[in-house]
Each structure stands twice: as C-alpha cells, then as structure tokens.
Design a protein around this ligand. Structure first.
Ligand code: TXA
Ligand code: MG
Length: 341
C-alpha cells in the first residue's frame, strides 16, 4: 500500500512532467517535490502536507545558472556562497524573478533556492526542465524524514512515487540565509551547514534572525515545529534533581531518555544504578562519543523511534552548542515547545 518506493529516475521525471508529487532524497532530509513553476502542482504539495500557504517553499536546482534564472538579482555574496557550498545544505533567499509563482514564495518578494547534494536528485533535476519545489516530506509540524520508509509511513497515501536514495547523510534541514541586494547576509534558520563556515567564506560575522514571531521570516522558525508525538523535556544529567526526576516517573508508562552520546550515557548510568534499573526507560543516543555530525544524522530517526515505542515523555540532553550542535538544539527546543502535554 502507498506510493511505490524505487530508484527509477526516468519514472520520477515522467511523473513530475505530469504535475505529480515525488518524494526525493537529499543530503539533508527527504523532500516532497513537484514542478516548481506549475501552480497546480505546487498547490498539491501544500494539500498533501496540510501545510498553510503562508509558509513558502524552497526551489531546488541543478546548477547555479538555474538558480540565477529564478532570482531578479544575484549579489556577490550569493555567488561566493554558491561556489563555496553548492551542491550542499545551504538555502539562499533572494529577490525573486517575476515568473516564480506567488504560491511558491507565499507572496513574498523573495525566493529560496538550493542545489542539493544527492546524485540521484541531481540526475533527476537534469532530466526535467524546471526547478523542483520541495518542502520536507512530512506532515506540517512533524519531524522531517531521513529515509524513504519515513516518507512512506506518513505521506505514502498522498503522493505518487518515492525515490529512494538511502538514509540522508546530514539528517537535519539546510541552513537558510537571506541575502539583500546590497549583499547583507542574515541567517534565518540554523541547519546542516554551520554558521562559522559561512562567515569564513564571507570574511565577516553574520547576524541571525532566529526569533519566533507571528509572521515569521522563515516559518520553520515557528514554535512547536519539528514536534514528534512524545512530549519532550530538557534534562540535565548534572542537575541535582537529575536522578529523582527519572525515578518519580509512573512505573507503568514507557519513558524515553535521549543522550547526546553513548559515552555520556554509560558514565552517568554507572554512577546512578537506581535510574539505570528503570525497566520502562528506553535509552537512545545520538552519537557514540559526541560527534556533532553523527548526532545530526541520527536526530530525527531517533525521535521517531520514541514515538514507535509509545513514550509519552522523552527526557533529552542538550547538545554542546558548537558546530551542528546549535542546529540540533534548535530542533530539540522546538520539539519541546509543544506545550499541551
Ligand atoms: O534541507 C532542506 O531545506 C529541506 C530539503 C528538502 O531541501 N527542505 C526544507 O523545506 O526543509 P521546508 O519547507 O520544510 O522548510 C523550508 C523553509 C520554510 O519553512 C520557510 O521558512 C523557508 O524555508 N523559506 C522558503 N522560502 C522563503 C522565503 N522566500 N523567505 C523566507 N523563508 C523562506
Ligand atoms: Mg519542514
């Protein structure tokens, strides 16, 4: 049941030419793609995801020239960053060209463009004559998919094909920057490319507009985004009440504990045998010994496992706030901002 999963790039191209929806692998997360210049096809993306139309889409391209054709200007900073990081986990928001549909940009005068670093999807982009509009291939507000099965589980009935490129190598969405006509670069979303690498290429530090507000600059910044079904609760293993928080938990309910590293888990649990003995506790770690890239790659898949385990609550340890740790913490923060439970 559900959309077929396969590696047939020609079939995917034929479906897209026909205005259909195809899930595509990228190095960050799987996207739900359609012809980005066809308003009806783009409308079908919003419908399949239950996504509000105020949340604009990224256009995926196979070359810098194609990206340029979608923008009304191509400032020097865009050129520098594209050459340094494309194909890769960087999305640039730039003044849009007239022919980009308003539905794609949610009526904004800007358009988001990205060249993804996945051989299959680049081959697909080379077989069609248009850019692919693609948000992450999850229902609106849920955790992004990092393999083909994740897409099938949630959107399988609503789409036409899933192109299987295996697990995503980065595992967290692209970093988004906006670039003004006078070369001002601002970070709108933390993601798979760390900010220091971007500053290094530009030769200056860049400002970040990451706060939430009612009309978000990048609606991925909404509170309660990326939320799994479980209620996520920050937990500090070094806090004085760390152990008692876990021991107080009702014994008939599965509870999750998300460690940043396996090493950290082993050390703490060896010092806290009572907590280690809690039978209903599901332990998962994001990395073996604290590597931020490994942790990012495992983040969303691990959150899905807690859901499968039917953990009502998941205690989680923050990542060290360096490299991709900042983006990981951003997603954890939003997952824990769910509020109601
Ligand atoms: O890694 C990624 O970026 C993945 C893969 C599939 O490429 N895509 C992704 O798309 O995360 P999505 O739709 O889940 O998040 C893209 C975000 C939107 O929520 C919106 O905040 C921002 O990009 N965005 C798109 N167009 C924009 C614009 N014109 N101005 C400001 N933000 C924009
Ligand atoms: Mg998304």
């Amino acid at each position: 049941m559900g959309a077929p999963i396969g590696i047939d790039i020609a079939l995917a191209a034929a479906l897209l030419n026909d205005g259909k929806l195809v899930a595509i692998p990228t190095e960050t997360v799987y996207g739900l793609s359609a012809n980005g210049l066809n308003t009806d096809a783009v409308a079908a993306i919003f419908a399949a995801k239950n996504r509000p139309t105020f949340d604009p889409l990224i256009l995926h391209v196979s070359s810098i020239d194609q990206a340029k054709s979608l923008c009304s200007t191509w400032p020097a900073a865009a050129s520098k960053l594209a050459h340094a990081f494309w194909p890769g986990p960087l999305t640039m928001v730039l003044p849009k060209a007239d022919h980009v549909p308003h539905l794609v940009t949610a009526d904004n005068p800007t358009v988001a463009v990205r060249m993804p670093n996945n051989a299959m999807t680049l081959a697909l982009l080379n077989q069609v004559s248009f850019p692919l509009a693609a948000p992450s291939a999850n229902p609106f507000g849920y955790v992004s998919p990092t393999n083909a099965q994740h897409v099938l589980d949630q959107l399988g009935e609503r789409i036409d094909y899933i192109l299987d490129g295996g697990p995503c190598a980065i595992g967290i969405e692209s970093t988004i920057v906006s670039i003004s006509e006078d070369d001002e670069v601002t970070v709108l979303r933390l993601g798979g490319l760390d900010i220091d690498s971007i500053s290094a290429v530009l030769g200056k530090s860049i400002s970040e507009v990451l706060t939430t507000h009612s009309n978000p600059q990048a609606p991925g910044q909404l509170d309660q985004h990326y939320a799994p079904g479980s209620s996520m609760i920050p937990w500090d293993p070094n806090g004085s009440d760390a152990e008692s928080a876990l021991l107080n938990h009702p014994s008939d309910e599965a509870v999750g504990l998300l460690w940043f590293s396996h090493q950290q888990a082993q050390q703490w649990l060896s010092l806290h045998p009572a907590a280690a003995a809690i039978k209903t506790m599901k332990h998962y770690h994001l990395s073996e010994d604290g590597n931020d890239k490994e942790a990012a790659m495992n983040l969303f898949g691990t959150l899905r496992r807690f859901d499968k385990d039917q953990c009502h609550k998941v205690y989680f340890v923050w990542a060290p706030p360096a490299g991709l740790g900042r983006a990981i913490n951003d997603r954890l923060k939003r997952a824990s901002a769910k509020g109601s439970h």
